[in-house]
Structure formats: C-alpha cells, structure tokens
Design a binder for this molecule. Sequence first.
Ligand code: TNX
Length: 691
Amino acid sequence: MKSLPALMISALLPIHLFAAAEPPIVPRPVEWSPGTGEWVVKPGSVAFRTSPALAAEHGPESYRIRVTTKGSEVESGGEAGRFYATQTLMQLEQNRRLPAGEILDYPRFAWRGFMLDVSRHFAPPAQVKKLLDAMASYKLNTFHWHLSDDQGWRIEIPGYPELTRKGAWRGAGEAVPAWKEDGSDARYGGFYTVGEIREIVAYAAARHITIVPEIDVPGHSYAAAAAHPEILCTTTSGTRSVQGVSGNVWCVGREDNYVLLDHIIGEMRKLFPGPYFHIGGDEVNQNAWRDCPRCRARMQEKGLTQVGQLQNDFVRRMEKIVTKHGFAMLGWNEILHGGELDPATVIMSWTGTGPGYDAARRGLRVVMAPGPHCYFDMKENAQDSFGHSWAGIVSLPKVYAFDPLDGGGLTPEQQAKIVGVQACLWAEYLTAPERQDQKAWPRLCALAEVGWTPQPRRDFTNFMERLGPQLERLAARGIGYRMPEAAARVEQGKVVIVPPFADADVRYTLDGTEPAADAARWAGQPLAVEHPADFRTRAFGPGGRTSLVTKGVGRAPARRDGALKPKVSAESTLPVYADHAPAHAADWDEKTFFWSSAKGRKGEMFTLVFEEPVKLASVEWPTGKLDDPTADIVIDGTLEVSADGAVFERAAGFAYGAARAELNGRTVKALRVVLNADQETWVVVQDPILR
Ligand code: TNX
C-alpha cells in the first residue's frame, strides 16, 4: 500500500504517453476505454464468441471488443452483434493495426432506417446494393423501399404483368431505357424482377438489414392506374392530389380492388421475409371518392357520414390483408385519422414529431421520420442547386440535432413505443445516380448516430471530428457524397477560416474567383483581407469531392441583449426598397431593416435622430443581410456622431460591414452612416446596438 503513489505514477505515465485519441468510429460507440499500444492484425486471428450475458443485457446487436498488444477478441449478443463488431473493427483498423482498448456497444433504437423512393426515379439493383453496403457499415438495419408512386410501379408482380409493362415507365407504355450512361435522361424508368428482388433481399439480410417494402395506397397511385384503370372510381371528380396529380386514388368501394391488393401483398410476402409491410396512406385526395356510387354505397353500408371516414375504413381493410399475410402494417401518419387502428400497426411520423407522439400516447409503435430533420430530399444549404425546401433546410447539424425522444411529454412507457428513427430520400430530384449519393451522404452518417448512440454521448463537434475518415471510406466505396462547406469569419480584425472538420483541405481566393484545387490553402494563419465581399472558400474532400463555394466573410451575430431602445426617428438619402423604410432600422426589431433600392453612392447617408439626447457608452452598427454575411453591406463608410443633430464628427470606420465606437458616456443627439465611396450593391442598414 505504501508504494501505491509511486506505482500509480509509473502505471499512469505510459498510458498517458500512448493513450490513443478516441478512434473515429461512426456511430460513436457506447463505451470506449483506451489501452496501451496496438496490435498488428494477423489474418483470421480475431477470436469471436457469443455471450448470452451480453445478449440478455443489451440484445442481439450488442458486442464487446477487446484489443491488446497480443490479439483481439469479440463477444457478441448475437449474429448481428458479431457483424457490427466487424464493422467497428474495419473502422478501427489503420495500416493493419488496431489500437489497444476496449469497446462496449449496443444500439439506442431498434429501428435505424433509410427510405429510398425508387418510383420518382428508378435506382437499378447495383445502386441499391451499393447503398445497402454503406448503410450496413454504419449499423443502419432497416431499408424502407418505396416501390410505387404516381411516377412508377417498380416491382414485378406475377399474374399482373401490366403493372410493370405499363406502370414502370413514364408516359403510357412508353419504353424509355433505364439508366442512360451519362445519367442525362430524366425520364428513365425500370423495375425490379422477382429474381432481382430476391437477390437484393438476400444481399440485405447478409448485412443484417431488414427490407420494408412499401406499396403506397390508396393515393399516389397514378402508375398503378395507368396499368389498371379499372381500380379508379367510376366517376372521378377531377380533383388533384397535393402534388397536382389526378386519377391517382384507388376506389375504396370496389371489391375487386381488395382482391388485387391481396394478390399483390401475397406475392410480395413470398419475396420479403421481414416483419413489416408499408401501405403508404399519405396525401390522399379523398375528394376522388365523393361522387363515386361505389364509394357512396360503401359509406351507407358502413354507416359513415363523411367521405373522409372512408380512409380509415380502407386502412382497416388493409390491416386485415397485411396481417393475414403475416406482416405487421406500417403507414404514414395520415392513417391515424378517422378511427381506431390495430394495436400492431406502426406509424411513420413524417409531417413532424407531433403525430408520432400522439400515436405513442394511443399505444401505437412509432418510427420517427420528421421532415425538418429526416427528409434528405430537402436542400442541405440555402445555396444547394436542387432539393425541396418545404421542411426547411435539412443541414448536417439539423439531422444530427434530432433526438426522437426529446419532446411530446411522453411517459417512459410511451417513449418505449418509439422504436426508432428513419431518414427518407424522395426522388423527385434524383435525376442522376450521383444525386442520390450526394443527398444521402454524409447526412446518413449523422442519422446513424441519432439511431445508435446514447444521447449523452452525442455531440456535433465531436461527430465532425470523426467525419473526415468517414468521407475517405465513402469515397473508397465510390460514393459521391456531399462535401460540407467551410466558413469564414472575422476575428480581431482578421479573417479566420472555419473548416468543416479538423484537417479538411480548404482553399481560398481574394478576388471573387472560385477556388480551384491549387488555390491558396488555409494553414490556420489569420488573414488580412482588403475586400471581404470578394473572399471565397471551398473545401476539398477525399475522392475529388468539392464543397459549394462560400462567399464573403461572416461576422459573429451581434448580441443585442440589454441594449438601449430610445425613441428615435430615421431617414436616408437613399431610395427605399419595397417596405424596408428607414424606420425599420430604428424599431429595435432585429428581424426588420432598412434596404435601399439603388446602389450606394459616395456621400449617401442614413441618419438616426434621438427624440431626447442619450448618453452612450458604445455604439455598434451592423449593415447587410443577417442570413447572407456580405450581401448589401456598407463596404467603405464612416460612423458619425452628433451632440446637437447639426454638427457631426467621425467616431469609427466600417470594416466587414459593421462599425463600432466607444463613446464613454458621451451625450448623443444623432448618429449617421456616411458612404465614403460608390459601391456596386444596394445597402441594408440594421438597428444599431446602443449601450
Ligand atoms: C411528401 S412524405 C410525400 C412524398 C414527397 C415528399 C417530398 C410522404 C409520405 N409524402 O410523396 O415525395 O413529400 O418531400
């Protein structure tokens, strides 16, 4: 005991010297404890065994890895755990070496999914397999395959050849070749044969991925109706779906339709051994049923008073069919409307998290896929050239920030109904295969971590530190991932580049040209930049991927807490754009601002006159648009101060669009911005920050 301190020091010293940084594994494991040294991998010498104790405690997907200088061993809860341990080992290994240490790992959620829409644009089998490979390496275990929609029916159904002969091609029966070599043909169609489906299902199973097939009914069914017009109502009211399509809703009063759906699901049961079948159920234009005598008869028979109730009636019948074939049913959150559901039915919450919480309160199981965090067809950045934006900008940090259990005020029992999380990639814009890669990755790395890693172990900055090696891995798989942007901002009068992650290769130019791979490389030294609006950065990633170009230099957002808000009037010599009158830069509301409708000219002014003179310690005056750091800033200007409103004197100059002056308690009657030079842009003036 006496010698313990000395022992501790000698024991700690080497650990400290050799302690490896946390290995860059995604998703981040539950526990990592570093060891000493490393093990040089000899083929086939990892010892695997299953551990009933681990299985009992953390389930079949759990595993534990121990690496010492002598070797490595893996214990797993089950086959899946063994597979995931292997994925982790592959991420750990560098130059045939594994760092010594111990990892204990298991998932936070059972459902870690990705949905691919192959209807709007077809994805050939090889592309699906490439996706499954990458998903598995990030421990994603559910592939939701959106196989039908208005633009295409993508699965061969024995007995109903027209579904694919006509329904898999845009335009009635028009045979458009599948992928054009150069990906230029946006109209391509295609479908999976029974053989191809079998092969992909087996391929997924070997990677511990369950496939959940979806046939979207009763809406989103234009392609099915192109093949089988008889499935529609006898009189269509001509109304259109949210997405502008008419004639795309199955008649719910036609008995033969249920026979056909039963047949389709029966055929699909033979191909998909998994526990779930997704019936869609979203965005149904229920007006289609309004004037149809069969639908009206159905309402009478069932004693329904509103057309909308037919949706629940249809969903209940689908539940019976799906259940009869041994599947549990899944549907988009619209199936919650209008009545009870079978307790085995699972809800996919897409319009937000609210419907998911409601469903959990009703005792139903839920997969969270809310648009604002999980819709990968959204733009990732306001400058993105393609993508929807109805759910906002779904950036990498936005995906990462999602916690499926954070909100809704659920009890622990209700929380347990939330089985997991899923990203969805709708394919309206996926006109070429590389677009799929670019929309999916690396956001799917972030989502994998949402689904796997315990919430207290999740940290975006830490995630970004582990991202660089993942991009190498994605590039090695031939995935054209999206390289995240760098940012540039002012710190102490100099420009500093913030790379998207440590060691990222970021290049810049000073003259407004797009940085090429041989442009000046950011090496961590702050830069003096004469024309910040002409500053450009671009990040270069593994596999020749490049980010968008970031333009200009950002300011840290101005802090306005505790600032003075005296009564003031405002005027400008510049003409006003739309409703952005001068008063909007003096209403102490940072969301509004003054905006000129002409380029700034030398000598133009923007003046604030206080009703009563105010004593000011300091004034900070930002110009330009808040969401776009160099748009419409004052480029060369002076901040002037007046004690009487008549005689002004210089207090500070503008740099990077803002001016700041220490006034040390001076009495001020008026403030103004004066332009020192003509500029090419209009002028936005924000409210000054007075203290
Ligand atoms: C809504 S999500 C849809 C899809 C679209 C998607 C576009 C859902 C169940 N329906 O049909 O492709 O928005 O973001």
